[in-house]
Write a protein that binds this ligand. Structure first.
Ligand code: CU
Length: 198
């Protein structure tokens, strides 16, 4: 009996060991994609992501390129220069982008002004106000803060209620990779979502 229990425990431990790395990766999960809206200039260590807000009806149109709830995670090597080419074609709803620190658990901010921005210059003008029918190049260097080592951020719509309702993408700055990429996590999207821009 004891031996049986021991064996079951051991088996459980082995299962945990085998499956845990997958679970641990869950937050950074997804399919690696090379979307049309990402342009990489390796020679100059420069990456451009064109992010169109209200791209389609997903999440009540509160999305970027059709992605929301972190379903796209932009991963950039430490030290690269980034241009988030923000486009809001919508004439009725204001939107913005602000790169803010990833929150813990469910503590998603309801709005984000420039005081929440986690990487120098990584925000569009007055992110809590947003803008209508507007474009802005948001250029900054992907550099982790000294006081903040996990490298996980969010590209967030700062307009009150938007980011808090899912209008955000993941953004990570990583050491040890030599090119940017995007992870698409379909499981973060609602069932029946329209195709995001790939
Ligand atoms: Cu918005």
């Amino acid at each position: 009996m004891f031996l049986k229990k021991l064996l079951i425990s051991l088996f459980g431990l082995i299962l945990l060991f085998v499956f845990n790395p997958i679970n641990a990766e869950h937050h950074g999960a997804g399919e690696k994609i090379t979307p049309s809206w990402m342009v990489v200039d390796s020679e100059n260590k420069f990456v451009t992501f064109t992010l169109t807000s209200a791209y389609n009806g997903n999440n009540g149109s509160w999305n970027y390129n059709g992605f929301y709830n972190g379903s796209a995670n932009l991963i950039v090597p430490q030290g690269w220069n980034v241009n988030l080419k923000f486009v809001n074609p919508d004439g009725n709803y204001r939107h913005s982008i602000a790169v803010i620190k990833m929150w813990d658990g469910d503590n998603v901010p309801q709005e984000a002004d420039d005081s929440l921005v986690a990487i120098a210059r990584a925000y569009s003008l007055s992110p809590a106000q947003g803008c209508l029918s507007c474009k802005e190049d948001v250029k900054f260097k992907a550099k982790n803060r000294d006081d903040y080592t996990i490298g996980k951020y969010s590209v967030f719509c700062g307009v009150p209620g938007h980011g808090g309702s899912g209008m955000w993408l993941g953004f990570s700055v990583k050491d040890g990779i030599d090119a940017p990429f995007v992870l698409f996590d379909k499981s973060a999207m609602d069932e029946g979502y329209a195709k995001p821009l790939l």
